[in-house]
Unconditional design. Structure first.
Length: 279
């Protein structure tokens, strides 16, 4: 059975991570045998950190390297707004360093298509047993100083950004699905998109509110309907893991969490098998 291996890392927050651990991570990725590397967001909070890591990983591996922005990559800085970072600045930084900006620009490796999305949170990951209202979530965002409340300066609501993420992801999957050479798709998201990926603490109202900013379960539901989607890798939260999501009559989807943090930079190797000829 033909298998394509993709290495995904995230949440390095360069400047907070120990340099030795980053060197070790890059060396490990270089020796992993991966046919593509995806950086799934929260790499750094300034251009110097991000560009230096882009150069480091680009020199270390010969395979394609792609980037999906995370929330902290979009914190406004100097005179560059969050909207400009998302739509212009980070794509240009990627291009200048030989990195593919993945949202809106799917990558094809052999017969595997790779798409990327921020999967910005829409509060759908909040604990459904807590009985929280939309007003609860909006108030919590301000009262608890969720980082984006202070460092993201675009004029959109979270639901608007989440909607943009979902529509762009749908378009990218459509692009790949129309290519005869592509027979399976790997989706890489910054925010988690399946319930098992969300760190739950039943009965803790504060945790239930925090969960709202930790994922987008509506995008997970969206992905379940696409026959060619054969793997989903998500990031953002520090714990890792892997679980197969069943979806009769379609083929099951292996799903992963990277499980990376500045204290413990990590990665996953997503091995995506070629489907049988009659599938």
């Amino acid at each position: 059975m033909s298998v394509t291996t993709v290495a995904i890392t995230s949440d390095l927050l360069l400047g907070a991570a120990a340099p030795l651990s980053i060197h070790s991570l890059v060396d490990t990725l270089a020796g992993s045998g991966a046919e593509a590397v995806v950086l799934a967001g929260n790499i750094g909070e300034n251009d110097s950190q991000i560009a230096q890591f882009f150069k480091k990983i680009r020199l270390a591996v010969s395979c394609p390297v792609a980037f999906v922005p995370g929330n902290q990559d979009l914190f406004y800085r100097n005179e560059t707004s969050s909207e400009s970072l998302l739509n212009n600045h980070l794509p240009a930084l990627c291009q200048a360093n030989g990195i593919q900006f993945l949202p809106g620009n799917p990558l094809v490796v052999g017969s595997l298509g790779i798409v990327g999305s921020m999967a910005w949170y829409d509060y759908s990951a909040a604990d459904p047993t807590a009985g929280l209202s939309m007003e609860d979530h909006v108030q919590f965002r301000q009262d608890r100083n969720v980082p984006e409340a202070l460092r993201i300066d675009w004029g959109w609501s979270d639901q608007e950004v989440a909607g943009q993420s979902a529509r762009l992801l749908e378009t990218d999957i459509g692009k790949l699905s129309s290519q005869p050479a592509v027979n399976r798709i790997l989706v890489v998201t910054h925010f988690p998109v399946f319930d098992w990926q969300i760190p739950r603490d039943p009965g803790n109202r504060l945790a239930a509110l925090r969960n709202a900013y930790e994922g987008n379960l509506n995008i997970g539901r969206q992905l379940m309907s696409h026959p060619l989607v054969r793997g989903v890798v998500s990031a953002h939260v520090p714990h890792g893991g892997c679980r197969v999501i069943h979806r009769d009559p379609l083929a099951p989807i292996p799903t992963w969490l990277v499980g990376s943090s500045p204290d413990s930079p990590g990665f996953v190797l997503a091995r995506v098998a070629k489907p049988p000829e009659n599938s």
